[in-house]
Ligand binder design. Structure first.
Ligand code: SF4
Length: 658
């Protein structure tokens, strides 16, 4: 058997899991506080895909910690019952995570958050109310009420969130617990709240209900390391309070490590998890950017854990387990570790999506499971073999159309082919590699090195045309903050685009460089990192208030900043615009239009300048074809240069609409 360790049942408490793949709790925010049909459809698809256990996202136990599933509200009962009934036929067990965020969340009534002490949370930055004994008792009781409710609703288990810097961890950690009563000071006192919660939960449910704890060692000085959390696991096991222990890593002070991006290696959480799991006397779960059953099998084989949690891999492809067990691992759509659609989506836009899977969060009306074979097969011409074009071709082909895809370059992949050359960014190319494999496997007629313009199209005899001709850097020197004042000297020979930097056969000459980042995504970081690698002293200037705000909450910025500063010779100037480029210098000033000439302008040495701004669409073919026909579709950057996520979504929609 290919996955002999993964594809093996395991019993935790009184519940039998059919295999060892778990989806630990992860915020989707699809329910917006409720269990709605969007959330049910999202989980149902993963249940169908062969996952043994799913832990539902943070279930709020009290009105002081509202978020995506407000379990404290009895109105959620019907939603829970529908979710359980929907997933039951697929034998995927359902646990609910019980959660109180403490100082990381604001109560529904707008009052201050509650915590062990008055230490503010990193993101809310509001001093919380140090909980009185009455408040502690109220929260402990709310855990018990919610645990009981979960059993009544038909769920199989409870996963108490004891890590990630939430309320239980705020009591455990001396960094956030400054109390002088019986809940503060000694370890025994700091763990009192945890023990009270766990006794209340265990006591509220029957023996058939599994109870486990999620914990996450951090690396903060004076924080909660592997020793402390090993102790937690031992205490709870010895007291007969838990049936399993689930490991994660980090808290809000090291947010990027909770869900590290594509710069983190597979298993990056193991060094802090394995010391706990190997000591654990109950079954254990680990996570760590695992994407394949092969990796999971290895973890179990080597004795690092009994079960493996895969979240993002199963967001990207709900059928990861079933495809792999069926010997089709190559067909699994890979998670690229970008964190844009999922982590940033759930936290910033309030709705989790996925960069590589357009259907995530839309499972009720979109996705391969809903694609129907066409009754009228057509010939579809897709012009352009980047991610949008390949996705359009793939989906049109899945529906049964004959698809011809032309690409002017000698290879597929479009801009991703350039993006994946950046340091710590190579796995972005996994999705275009997958798309390429899939369109060949499905029988798309791919024609490389084939430039097509409007006059060539008739020869293909296509019934439908989808234009996906991408975009190119705009090197006109226009910055968002000052459209009336393009950068003087932008046309100089030592001014490069990101494409120039990454595709030129020879590296630029010199020792100093300025990256002008007017886009605020990863492109500026990629260019600065590359120049640092080449030995340049680099100053990154951006008119934005911080580095790469488009990546906010994706867990990408902090590791990148850390790497760049560690490399030496890196400087960052925010709210700064380029005014002119001269020989060996960039003249800069504040980005604000309120500022007029004055002493705030200065020069930065620059033998090389890289200008990063929003790209310009390649719409010529589309414009010319639209003169002749009104039914031409345009997708991705050709439509408007945005992000990979939008390109793939538009490709999907165009392919499905043919
Ligand atoms: Fe993976 Fe990116 Fe999709 Fe998240 S958005 S699941 S990181 S591909």
């Amino acid at each position: 058997m290919a996955y002999s360790h993964v594809d093996k049942p395991i019993k935790i408490g009184n519940v039998q899991l059919k295999n060892r793949i778990v989806r630990p709790a992860h915020g989707t925010n699809h329910g917006k506080g409720f269990i709605n049909d969007d959330l049910i459809a999202y989980h149902e698809l993963r249940a169908k895909g062969g996952v043994a256990l799913s832990v539902l996202e943070v279930g709020s136990v009290h009105y002081t910690t509202p978020f995506s599933v407000n379990l404290f509200d009895p109105a959620l009962e019907s939603g829970y019952r529908k979710l359980v009934d929907t997933c039951r036929p697929y034998d995927m067990k359902l646990f609910q995570q019980l959660w109180h965020a403490g100082h990381n969340m604001f109560p529904l009534d707008g009052s201050p958050p509650w915590s062990a002490s008055d230490i503010p949370g990193r993101f809310g930055n509001v001093a919380p109310i140090p909980m009185t004994k009455g408040m502690i008792d109220e929260i402990v009781e709310s855990y018990a009420i919610c645990a009981k409710r979960c059993e009544d609703y038909g769920l199989d288990g409870i996963d108490v969130q004891g890590g990630h810097g939430y309320l239980i961890a705020q009591f455990l950690s001396p960094l956030t617990n400054k109390r002088e009563d019986e809940y503060g000071g000694s370890w025994e006192n700091r763990s009192r709240f945890l023990m009270e919660v766990m006794h209340a939960v265990r006591g509220a449910v029957s023996k058939d209900m599994v109870v486990g704890i999620r914990i996450s060692p951090d690396l903060l000085t004076g924080g909660l390391g592997t020793e402390e959390y090993s102790h937690v696991a031992d205490m709870l096991t010895d007291a007969g309070l838990i049936d399993y222990v689930s490991l994660s890593f980090g808290n809000y002070h090291m947010f990027p490590f909770i869900t590290s991006g594509m710069d983190a290696p597979m298993g990056y959480e193991l060094p802090t998890s394995v010391p706990v799991t190997r000591r654990a006397k109950v079954p254990s779960i680990v996570v760590g950017r695992f994407r394949t059953l092969e990796e999971a099998d290895q973890i179990i084989r080597q004795g690092d854990a009994d079960m493996v949690g895969i979240v993002r891999g199963l967001i990207a492809d709900p059928d990861l387990v079933s495809k792999s067990l069926a010997g089709k691992a190559e067909e699994v759509r890979p998670c690229i570790g970008c964190n844009q659609g999922c982590a940033a989506g759930a936290l910033v836009t309030g709705h989790m999506e996925c960069t590589v899977n357009a259907a995530v969060g839309r499972e009720r009306f979109m996705g391969e499971h809903l694609l129907e074979p066409t009754a009228e097969p057509k010939t579809v011409l897709v012009i352009g073999g980047g991610p949008a074009g390949m996705e359009a071709a793939r989906v049109a082909r899945l529906r049964g159309h004959a698809v011809i895809l032309t690409e002017a370059a000698a290879n597929l992949g479009g801009t991703v082919e350039i993006a994946k050359r950046a340091l710590n960014r190579h796995t972005i190319g996994d999705i275009t590699d997958w798309l390429e494999r899939e369109i060949y496997r499905l029988g798309v007629d791919v024609r490389l090195s084939t430039y097509v313009d409007a006059d060539d199209v008739d020869a293909f005899g296509a019934d439908e045309i989808i234009v996906a001709t991408g975009s190119l850097p705009r090197m006109d020197g226009i910055q968002v903050s000052h459209p009336q004042a393009p950068i003087e000297g932008i046309e100089a020979r030592h001014v490069l685009s990101s494409h120039d930097l990454f595709t030129s056969p020879t590296p630029p000459a010199g020792s100093t460089a300025v990256v002008i980042d007017d886009a605020g995504h990863f492109e500026g970081i990629a260019c600065a990192s590359e120049l640092l690698r080449l030995g340049f002293k680099v100053t990154l200037i951006t008119q934005m208030p911080g580095l790469a705000p488009q990546l906010h909450m994706g867990g990408i910025i902090e590791p990148a900043l850390n790497r760049m500063f560690k490399a030496g010779g890196f400087d960052l100037r925010v709210r700064t615009r380029a005014i002119s480029i001269g020989d060996g210098i960039v003249h800069v000033g504040p980005e604000s239009q309120w500022y007029k000439d004055g002493p705030c302008e200065y020069d930065i040495p620059a033998d090389v300048v890289v200008f990063v701004s929003t790209n310009r669409s390649n719409r010529d073919v589309y414009n010319a074809l639209s003169e002749k026909r009104s039914d031409i579709k345009i997708v991705g950057d050709a439509n408007s240069p945005r992000y990979l996520q939008v390109a793939i979504r538009e490709g999907y929609m165009a392919g499905a609409a043919v």
